[in-house]
Design a protein around this ligand. Structure first.
Ligand SMILES: [Zn+2]
Ligand SMILES: [Zn+2]
Length: 253
């Protein structure tokens, strides 16, 4: 299984226009972050998790010419606003499968009504195949995926376990019954927004505590704001098996 971090930032964390914050002005490419997303591939299958406003740029940067579907964690704009840009995949492949909680599908239908229209569809608009996720395992390609139910302040968000790999973003709290589903995972991705506490995202300390409890072989931090600090400085203070993800980083599981 291969995972490419397409983006590791947030809408608050991408280099802010006009910002004079030293991390925004950094020359280290690892400090330049697009909105959070991963491309995950195994065998003949290839899926993206989330489809934010930088989706098109991310597909171009990684020469992605085919996707088997898009899995959504939740409906926030930094995770969904690139949906219109599935057009080239739709023209080549036909309707694109999407997987999301019922509430998230509802939100996408409102914002992209022309994509979901069942009649008098505007010519050229892409189409999707909706797959509603509940908190029970579902099939992607030939793999059973386990959803992990988490909370982003009060908003429900899905994380996903793909065999030995788990991807969680925009998490603030995870109930014990959901943490159990992560036991034995080899590679864990989890969000760490900044040093200071935040009402709806893990800060660095909370992310590290969570990793310490789950005990994966390796963990990668994502959904990072410039307020976390410079990549090379933050990496120096992390435990041996914890890394900061950065855009276009490729890992094998
Ligand atoms: Zn987010
Ligand atoms: Zn969010």
């Amino acid at each position: 299984m291969e995972v490419i971090f397409l983006g590791t930032g947030t809408s608050q964390g991408i280099p802010i226009i006009g910002s004079t914050h030293p991390v925004c002005l950094s020359n280290d490419s690892r400090d330049k972050r697009l909105r959070v997303s991963v491309l995950i591939s195994w065998g003949e299958y290839q899926y993206v998790i989330d489809c934010g406003p930088d989706f098109r740029q991310q597909m171009l940067a990684n020469n992605v010419s085919r996707i088997d579907g898009i899995v959504f964690t939740h409906e926030h704009a930094d995770h969904t606003m690139g949906l219109d840009d599935i057009r080239p995949f739709f023209f080549r492949q036909g309707d694109i499968p999407i997987y999301a909680h019922k509430r998230v599908l509802g939100s996408l239908r409102l914002r992209f009504d022309y994509i979901f229209a069942s009649e008098n569809k505007y010519p050229g608009a892409p189409s999707v195949i909706e797959n509603e996720l509940t908190n029970t395992p579902f099939l992607l390609g030939d793999l059973d995926i386990i959803p992990i139910n988490t909370f982003h302040n009060r908003l429900q968000v899905f994380g996903f376990r793909f065999k030995d790999f788990a991807y969680l973003t925009d998490v603030k709290t995870v109930e014990e019954s959901e943490r159990i589903k992560l036991k034995g995972v080899k590679v864990l991705v989890v969000n760490a927004l900044r040093i200071e506490a935040h009402h709806s995202h893990f800060n660095l300390e909370e992310a590290l505590e969570f990793i310490e409890e789950i005990k994966p072989e390796r963990a990668y931090l994502t959904h990072i704001s410039h307020l976390l600090g410079f990549h090379d400085q933050v990496e120096k203070i992390l435990p041996e098996n914890v890394f900061l993800a950065y855009d276009n980083l490729k890992i094998t599981i």
